[in-house]
Design a binder for this molecule. Structure first.
Ligand code: PEP
Length: 248
């Protein structure tokens, strides 16, 4: 049985003061969560958050990683650097990076590889736009996104990643996929993993992301292939993030 996992994606939010108070509130009540908790914070706050989270049981993650190991790449942060700060996870291929930074499937596959080589677990995001869904292309788009990174991984490496299904039209919009819509895609993602490695099909967490809130979490989390959430807006409020993590 996969234990549920709840990952907060803070995006470009936070400050030294706000992070301290959010993390202290989370730490105080983390024992109530019905699963594991993690927060993916802006890179400049990794040191602060890593110190606050020591022995808290809440894991730390980053929101992006370079596709290079080291070198003259101004502004980039390598997987090894993230590991230095105690990161366990890194989000890779979030739709905001694909859209605003032109990240390609190929680059995302390299980022996932770099993360794994440094001992981090990449949380690889896939998802369709509203236009693609309405054109009946959801399956095709997600297949392409999955194939891009699965094709560069060895079957046994596939066990060590997390997939997040994030329908782009649901991110930050207040629109959520119905549990049935999400489950249909999650089941398809699970099949893709099984094709690569039966073990990965069992082990890999598939998270749902897209306006997950305390009011809709329970229904989504009851679906057999939804193993937790990648949570944006609601992860910035300790009570909401914890309420989601208790909705199992
Ligand atoms: C996200 O940014 O990954 C996300 C799912 O955001 P939100 O929960 O705000 O829709």
């Amino acid at each position: 049985m996969r234990r549920k996992l709840f990952v907060g994606n803070w995006k470009m939010h936070g400050s030294l003061v706000a992070n301290g108070s959010l993390l202290r509130d989370l730490k105080a009540a983390a024992w109530e969560a019905q699963g594991d908790l993690a927060v993916c914070v802006p890179a400049c706050y990794l040191a602060q958050c890593s110190e606050i989270l020591i022995r808290s049981g809440i894991a730390l993650g980053a929101q992006d990683v370079s596709s290079h190991t080291t070198g003259a790449y101004t502004g980039e942060v390598s997987a090894r650097m993230l590991q230095d700060f105690g990161c366990k996870y890194v989000i890779v291929g979030h739709s905001e990076r694909r859209e605003y930074h032109g990240e390609t499937d190929e680059e995302i596959a390299h980022k996932a590889q770099r993360a794994m080589a440094a001992g981090l677990t990449p949380i690889v995001c896939v998802g369709e736009t509203l236009a693609e869904r309405e054109a009946g292309r959801t399956r095709e788009v997600i297949n392409m996104q999955m194939d891009a990174f699965l094709s560069v991984l060895e079957p046994e490496e596939t066990n060590d990643l997390i997939v997040a299904y994030e329908p782009i039209w649901a991110i930050g919009t207040g629109m959520t996929a119905t549990p049935e819509m999400a489950q249909e895609v999650h089941a398809m993602l699970r099949e893709k993993l099984v094709e690569k490695s039966a073990e990965a099909g069992e082990l890999v967490h598939i998270l749902y992301g897209g306006s997950m809130r305390p009011k809709n979490a329970r229904e989504l989390l009851q679906m057999p292939d939804i193993d937790g959430g990648l949570i944006g807006g609601a992860s910035l409020i300790a009570a909401d993030f914890l309420a989601i993590a208790k909705s199992v």
